[in-house]
Each structure stands twice: as C-alpha cells, then as structure tokens.
Design a protein around this ligand. Structure first.
Ligand code: A3P
Length: 360
C-alpha cells in the first residue's frame, strides 16, 4: 500500500485532499467576486430561474461566482510541464473520468487491488481539484501544493483557457449527447434544491444560455483542438466510454504516456481499473454516499452517481422538444466533422445501451 509520507517515491498524481487536508482553513485572501467586481458588473445577465443568475463572460453563460474563478485562473494559474488537465461540460462524465484517469496514472503507487486505494476512501472530486472552483473560493494557491504530475479539472471552454495551459499540458476532454447532458444537469440542480423547471432549462439551452453554454461552443472548441493536436488533446465521448470502459482505460494509458504493458494486461490491470470505477462500484462506497461538494451551490456526493445511462432524455422531453434541440445542435456542428447522430439513433433502439460501437 502507498504511504503518502514517501512522496519522493510516488509515481503519478496524489489525491488533492491528502495534500491539502492540513490546510483546510484560513487561506482565503480576497474574495474573487469582490476582486473582479468591476468586470462582473459590466457583464450581460439573465435569470436562470429564481435561484440562479447567469452572466455572459467571453461568450459563455456562468454564475458570477464561476466567472470570478475563471478570471483568476486566466490571470494566475501557473501551468507546469507534466500537468494533465481533464476538461468537460458539466454532467458529461467528469466524475467518472476523474476516477479513471487517476487510477490509470497512479496505478504503480496505488494498484487497483489496494484496499486503501484513494478511490475507495475519497470522492473523485476530492482527488482531482476543480480549478476554477478552487480559485472562486479564493483557494487557488492550494493547487501549488500538489506535487507533479498534477491531475486537474476544468469546465472552462477551450477558448477561455490561459495560453500557457492550452499550449503545454496534455488534456483529456469528455462530452456527451447534449439532451442527456441537459437532463442530467436538471436532476443535479434539483438535488441541490435549485428551482429550475425543466422546460425553462430546455428553453435556455436552445438559446445557448444554459449554465456553461452554449454547449455546442464547448464541444467544438475541444473538438477543433483535438483534431489539430491529437497528441495534446484527447477527445472522449461518454457513450463510447459506456460501451467499452476497458478500451477507454487502455486509450487513457497510451495517451497519458503510461501504456499498459503485457504484464499489466496479464495481471488484469485495465479490467480492474474499469471495474473499480464503474458507477455501481463507486456509488456503493461510503465516500460517495455521504459528504458535500461545491462551495457556491452545495451538491451531495451521491448526486454525482445517478443513472449513468444513454438516452434518459426520453423520460423528460417530448419528441417535438427533442427534434427542435437536435436540429439546433446539428446546425451548430455542421461542417465540423463532429455529430451526435449515431449516438442518438442507437440510444433510441436501446436506451440503456452498453454496446454502442465507436461513433462520430
Ligand atoms: P446521469 O445524471 O445521466 O445519471 P459529471 O460527473 O460530469 O457531473 O456527470 C454526471 C453523470 O455521469 C451522471 O449522469 C452520472 O450518473 C454519470 N456517472 C457518474 N459516475 C459514472 C460512472 N462511473 N460510470 C458511468 N456514468 C457515471
């Protein structure tokens, strides 16, 4: 089993919470929302229901709290060689990707068979920090405490990333069929007590005004980056991960420079990692049944593990709503080489599909 005291021997990332647990309090210097109040006050604003006000920053709709964190990331984040950035729109499999990437990168230090594996005692968000959220809380300096190689996460659009980060880090991006993302987002907000009726969220999304929207801009930014620099940006789709999680683990290993060897394969390492990170395995852990995540809106850890299927939109959208949203998304993606058409067709045949072929 790995001992944290011997950090010079560690290979791969260490859990964020293990590094920062002795420094939980007292690091907030100036509230970023106060620091950036002059910028925030000039931004266009809309109400996303009675509980959530969104501002448009650099073309993206966000809470003022997150805008402040992103401005701080843009101004202060210091990237390091070896940093790995996980990126995603919200509700597209971030938690799962955090678990898989951590387990893959850190497997020498923390073999998946380890009873005290960080995945078994910490929620994935406690292991891999959410960069702009750390900065929003005035705790961006904590990211400096992590030894290299750091594994970090952002929901920022590609166009918003500080140049040093986009230029030098490896990035793994995950996206999801947008209707399923929207349904997942609605359930997530509901779990935190936010009053945002689904038809309202849907209408906002059609106009690109859902939180972190427009969704098509989010996806297209990373899609373009991954096609221009595939050695730097890996583009994953939630549906493909569900169809073959073991292949995803192998792909991650290759991309991140820690490929699985013949000996790893013989020992069953990719299969063990995929099983340890399955939604059933994760949701059964105490670390994911209790606890709270988030500083602006508080989400219970269990809210990150809901259904984990393809095609749940069918339980929340009429066929007419689905047609309208699909048409908008198709129009925005036209000519990019990226589409969700095949995922949609397959999800209609088999909503809980776990056997989708690779698709674009
Ligand atoms: P649903 O709400 O559709 O069930 P994020 O981590 O970006 O917030 O995304 C959350 C979505 O990923 C939720 O989707 C959640 O159930 C699903 N999810 C979480 N862990 C998963 C896992 N290990 N395998 C598959 N899906 C997972």
């Amino acid at each position: 089993m790995a001992a944290l005291g011997t950090s010079s021997c560690l290979v791969g990332p260490v859990p964020f919470k293990d590094v920062t647990k002795d420094h939980e309090d007292g690091q907030t210097v100036v509230s970023p929302t106060a620091e950036h109040a002059d910028i925030l006050s000039t931004l266009p604003s809309i109400a996303a229901g009675p509980d959530l006000q969104l501002r448009q920053y650099q073309g993206v709709w966000l809470s003022a709290y997150m805008v402040a964190g992103m401005i701080s990331v843009q101004r202060r984040f210091m990237s390091r060689p070896g940093d790995v950035i996980l990126a995603s729109p919200p509700k597209c499999g971030t938690t799962w990707l955090k678990a898989l990437a951590f387990a893959t990168m850190a497997r020498t230090t923390y073999p998946p068979s380890d009873a005290d594996h960080p995945l078994r005692r910490l929620n994935p968000h406690e292991r891999v920090p959410f960069m702009e959220n750390q900065f929003s809380a005035g705790q961006g300096a904590k990211l400096e405490a992590l030894p290299s190689p750091r594994l970090l996460h952002t929901h920022m659009h590609y166009s918003m990333l500080p140049p040093s980060l986009a230029g030098c880090c490896k990035m793994v991006y995950v996206c999801r069929e947008p209707k399923d993302m929207l349904v997942s987002m609605w359930h997530f907000f509901k779990s935190a007590g936010l009053n945002l009726p689904f038809p309202d969220l849907f209408e906002l999304a059609c106009h690109g005004q859902n939180p972190y929207g427009p969704i098509w801009d989010h996806v297209l930014g990373y899609w373009a980056a991954s096609t221009a620099r595939p050695e730097r940006v890996m583009f994953l789709r939630y549906e493909e991960m569900l169809a073959d999680p073991v292949s995803t683990v192998r792909q991650l290993g290759r991309f991140l420079g820690v490929p699985f060897t013949a000996a790893d394969e013989a020992a069953g390492s990719p299969v063990d990692i995929a099983e340890m990170c399955s939604i059933d395995a994760l949701r059964s852990l105490d670390a994911n049944k209790t606890g709270i995540n988030g500083s602006f809106i508080k989400f219970g850890h269990q809210a990150f593990f809901r259904k984990g299927v393809v095609g749940d939109w069918v339980n929340h959208m009429t066929p007419e709503m689905a047609r309208r949203f699909d048409a908008i998304v198709d129009d925005k993606l036209r000519g990019s080489g990226l589409a969700f058409t095949l995922v949609r067709a397959l999800a209609c045949q088999e909503p809980d599909a776990s056997s989708l072929p690779a698709c674009v």
